[in-house]
Design a protein around this ligand. Structure first.
Ligand code: FAD
Ligand code: EPU
Length: 337
């Protein structure tokens, strides 16, 4: 295990931000992780990095950046209806989805092509096209950075919500997720109701529904509107879709008949933040190398040399204009460091 000093994090974040980490090292198991944490100065918590696809670095990191490279994908249990697969936190998420598709294990096909690694999937309960990680989550193991023990978290322990978990809130910076066990279905329950999936399946000429067909449809939709981080720096949706009380939604509908909202089960309405941002005139706007994506206003992009601060400042302007026009406060989804 080698700790590098003052190295650029440019290759390690999909936003393409060039900042430096004071210390940087990968780890592949708990022994290496414990050793790393020993040398880590107590002044700043270690930053655990996966694929760097949900992070905006706004300045150099004056501490240890530890890249989780815990590997392995194994079946750990099986019953009549399910196969339980345990994956190392450092496994690439989409490769894990592909692993399931190849074995005809259902449940994660709607989550195809989400960038990043397995270890971050419970952090914000990743979700897309009507499915969230909580729907297939069995348990995870995480290393506590203070007591140095491995803790087991069940579904109930994680407090999953929309882009939320206990690891983002109560236990922030306290646990390093080592592996996640997912409960996959032997018999698929197809979920095609969300967004443009059915339309895309029809367009593809799919006669017989399968998890592979759904995965391909999701991949096509994602490729058509989300920028590829290999080509343009981005971290997916920059903000969450905000929920507001139903009476306020009805009031907004009077002034903005085109407003896009979906009823939540708790009586609130979730608004499409992309629509709010587009209505404020931001879609396609570019400030130097920082910009608001031309096909998806919820995605902020780095055309090359933008600093994290420039992207953050743009996000602040967007947030303020949405607040002024609609009286709705957006919350950033991307982790600001
Ligand atoms: P990182 O960015 O490396 O880390 C994210 C956070 O988790 C950081 O705070 C980090 O410290 C912490 N962390 C990471 N790994 C660990 C660990 N093992 N233990 C403890 N803490 C850890 N997200 C969705 O939910 N749905 C989408 O549809 C979606 N689409 C996207 C599309 C694009 C083009 C991009 C670029 C991003 C998209 N995202 C989406 C966001 C992102 O892919 C997910 O949040 C993903 O789970 C992040 O994984 P990562 O490994 O890159 O995490
Ligand atoms: N819309 C606009 N203008 C835009 C963008 C969107 O008007 O520029 C409106 C459209 O009416 C559209 C609606 O917003 O129908 C929803 O847009 P889309 O289907 O693209 O989804 P989203 O709400 O913008 C969310 C997630 C994505 C996830 C998709 C599919 C959040 C914050 N984002 O985006 O997740 O992939 O749904 O499920 O919940 C991410 O978290 O990084 C991410 C990409």
């Amino acid at each position: 295990m080698q700790i590098q000093q003052n190295i650029s994090l440019l290759p390690y974040n999909t936003m393409g931000i060039d900042v430096k980490a004071r210390h940087f090292a990968p780890f592949t198991d708990t022994d290496e992780l414990s050793q790393l944490l020993e040398v880590q100065p107590a002044t700043k918590p270690a930053l655990i990095l996966g694929g760097g696809s949900n992070i905006l670095f706004t300045k150099d990191y004056d501490g240890l950046v530890a890249k989780n490279e815990v590997k392995g994908v194994n079946v750990v249990k099986e019953d009549k209806s399910h196969v339980y697969v345990k994956a190392g936190a450092g496994e690439n998420w989409h490769s894990f989805v592909e692993h399931c598709l190849q074995r005809n294990l259902a449940g994660v096909e709607n989550l195809s092509l989400i960038p990043g690694n397995v270890g971050a999937s419970p952090m914000q309960n990743i979700g897309a096209y009507g499915v969230e990680i909580k729907d297939v989550f069995e348990e995870l193991e995480a290393f506590h950075i203070h007591d140095k023990k491995i803790h087991l978290f069940s579904l109930n322990d994680c407090d999953f919500g929309y882009r939320e978990s206990v690891f983002k809130r109560r236990y922030r910076d306290q646990f390093v997720i080592l592996n996640v066990t997912y409960r996959l279905n032997k018999t698929p329950r197809f979920n095609t109701s969300y967004g443009a999936i059915e339309q895309e399946l029809e367009h593809m000429g799919v006669q017989q529904l399968s998890i592979r067909a759904i995965a391909n449809a999701v991949i096509n939709i994602r490729r058509s509107k989300l920028p590829d981080p290999q080509e343009i720096g981005n971290a997916g949706s920059f903000f969450k879709n905000p929920s507001i009380p139903a009476p306020y939604y009805q009031q907004l509908q009077q002034s903005f008949p085109g407003i896009v909202g979906y009823a939540n089960t708790d009586g609130t309405v979730k608004l499409a933040a992309g629509w709010l941002i587009e209505q404020c005139g931001w879609k396609g706007v570019r400030r130097g190398d920082a910009g608001c994506h031309a096909k998806q206003a919820l995605v902020l992009v780095n055309y090359g040399q933008a600093t994290g601060k420039a992207i953050y400042d743009l996000s602040e302007e967007i947030l303020q204009s949405v607040k002024t026009k609609f009286g709705v406060t957006l919350e950033r989804e991307v982790n600001i460091v």
